[in-house]
Design a protein. Structure first.
Length: 153
C-alpha cells in the first residue's frame, strides 16, 4: 500500500541540546507549538520521555473540524539527535511513524520532522490537516529554540 507523507525542515540558530530539550519533552510542547496540553500517560523505560513512553498531545486549534488529541509511543530516543514515535490512537492514521532528526549545522541545528502512514480514506483526511500543521509546528519550534538559545549563557 502506498504511503502518505508530510515533512517540515528548518534550521534554528540554537544548539542541538536546546532544540532537543523542546522536542524530547511532551510537557514542553504547549510552550512552543499549537498544543493546549502535553503530558505522559506512561513513562519510558530509561527516562520519562524515552523509549516506551506514551505521550498525549492535544491541539490548541481545530484540525479536521475539531480539536485533536494524539497519543504517541516513543520508538527511538537518541539524545540531541533523533526521536521517533508512532501514533497509537487519536488521529485517524494507520502505521504512522514520525522521525525528528537534529543535525548540527553552521550556526545552529538543522531540524527535519517527517512522517509516513498508510494511504487510507481516513489517512488522506488526516493528511489534509497535517500538511498545514507541520510547517506551523516547525515555525513554533524554531522560534522557541532561538529564544531559549539566546537566553542560555
Amino acid at each position: 500500500m502506498a504511503q502518505l507523507h508530510v515533512e517540515a525542515e528548518a534550521t534554528a540558530k540554537a544548539s542541538p541540546q536546546t532544540v532537543w530539550a523542546l522536542v524530547s519533552d511532551a510537557t514542553k510542547y504547549p510552550y512552543w507549538g499549537p498544543w493546549s496540553d502535553g503530558h505522559y500517560e506512561r513513562a519510558g523505560e530509561e527516562s520519562p520521555g524515552g523509549v516506551g513512553a506514551v505521550q498525549v498531545l492535544r491541539s490548541a486549534e481545530r484540525y479536521l473540524g475539531r480539536h485533536t488529541t494524539s497519543v504517541e509511543k516513543i520508538l527511538e530516543f537518541e539524545e540531541d539527535r533523533h526521536l521517533a514515535y508512532t501514533v497509537i490512537r487519536g488521529i485517524p492514521v494507520r502505521n504512522y511513524r514520525a522521525d525528528v532528526i537534529l543535525t548540527p549545522s553552521a550556526g545552529g541545528t538543522h531540524i527535519r520532522w517527517v512522517a509516513d502512514w498508510d494511504n487510507t480514506l481516513r489517512g488522506r483526511m488526516a493528511w489534509r490537516g497535517l500538511r498545514a500543521f507541520y510547517p506551523e509546528m516547525m515555525a513554533g519550534l524554531v522560534a522557541a529554540a532561538e529564544r531559549d538559545g539566546a537566553q542560555s549563557p
